[in-house]
Design a protein around this ligand. Structure first.
Ligand code: PBG
Length: 329
């Protein structure tokens, strides 16, 4: 409702000075709003750049200190680990996911030993970094089979929990996995391990650079449309979130971010659960490369992140998280 009218009412009055703009600002960002994705690679003494993601790197375990120190200094609450797995280790069952000496397990042990509880660790629960076909689950006649895949995801979850993972993030959009994983965790005394469900994950064209980063782009046969959501749909997002809450999710994610602000808002308005947004690799690359090429200026980063908060995100997974102190200032 608008009370008064021009010329008595001038909305520009409160926009005139910086102090006043700050006073009336409705949204802001703090380091606590961020989750930092970290890419892992095998080997030693390496911080390796990723062609399609400027200023994002893959780290060997012995170099993880560089990025974890930075995250802690920036007061980021949580990091998310993603492995680049060599092709020769991948197979059609993704068995490397259950190897307690795989990159993710080694990284969890390293971080927990060195940093204790100074920072939380989140891990994806999905098979795509480990399968030779690049899909998130087991394939039967080219179709990702739901229930058989869950059995493997349960074991992957238990293994990661055993290593010390704080937040498990099933990211494959299979049916029924949150409930089964919660039950298995509780049975094994991991009641305090949280589950962040990628409840609303679209079959998006914005994941390309991530697939480069984890080395699955060239391998992926077909697409992920028979498990990830159709980007034409809204109501289905509500159903997905409702189910995952019922099954025991502690938080839910909407992914990608900026093209789905309406979905973030819809989920936020319909449920009283923390809603996270994932500013995915394609969004990151578009913004970063446009800044690099001087097409837009670097404040676009802040704008893109505030947009996610304004839409209702409690926190944001972003490849900018390690530089957030600079961005906020
Ligand atoms: C896979 C996974 C993907 C991302 C996070 N986990 C890609 C996919 O579904 O193919 C994408 C993240 C990004 O693009 O930044 N389970």
């Amino acid at each position: 409702m608008i009370i008064g009218k021009y010329p008595n009412l001038r909305l520009r009055r409160s926009r005139k000075n910086d102090w006043s703009r700050r006073l009336i600002q409705e949204n802001s960002l703090s380091p606590s709003d961020f989750i930092l994705p970290i890419f892992l690679i095998d080997g030693k003494n390496t911080k390796q750049s990723i062609k399609t993601m400027p200023e994002v790197y893959r780290y060997t375990i012995d170099k993880l200190g560089i990025i974890i120190d930075k995250a802690i200094k920036n007061k980021i609450p949580l990091v998310s680990l993603f492995p680049y797995t060599k092709n020769k280790i991948k197979n059609n069952l993704g068995t490397e996911a259950l190897n307690e000496d795989n990159l993710v397990c080694k990284a969890i042990r390293y971080i927990k030993k060195r940093y204790k509880n100074q920072i939380g660790i989140m891990c994806d629960v999905a098979l795509d970094p480990y399968t030779s076909h690049g899909h998130d689950g087991l394939l039967k006649s080219g179709y990702v089979i739901n229930d058989e895949t869950i059995e493997v995801l349960i074991n992957q979850s238990l293994l990661q929990a055993e290593m010390g993972c704080d937040v498990l993030a099933p990211s494959d959009m299979m049916d029924g996995r949150i409930g089964r994983i919660r039950k298995a965790l509780d049975k094994q005394n991991y009641q305090m391990v949280q589950i962040l469900s990628y409840a609303v994950k679209y079959a998006s064209n914005f994941y390309g650079p991530f697939r480069d980063a984890v080395g699955s782009r060239g391998l992926l046969k077909g697409n992920k449309k028979n498990y990830q959501m159709d980007f034409r749909n809204t109501n289905e997002a509500i159903r997905e979130v409702a189910l995952d809450i019922k099954e025991g999710a502690d938080m839910v994610m909407v992914k990608p971010g900026m093209p789905y602000l309406d979905i973030i808002k819809t989920v936020k308005d319909n449920f009283k659960i923390p809603v996270l947004a994932y500013q995915v690799s394609g969004e990151y690359s578009i913004i970063s490369n446009s800044i690099k090429n001087k097409i837009i200026n670097e404040n676009a980063v802040l704008e893109s992140l505030i947009a996610l908060k304004r839409a209702g995100a409690n926190a944001i997974v972003s490849y900018y998280a390690d530089r957030i102190d600079k961005l906020i200032k």
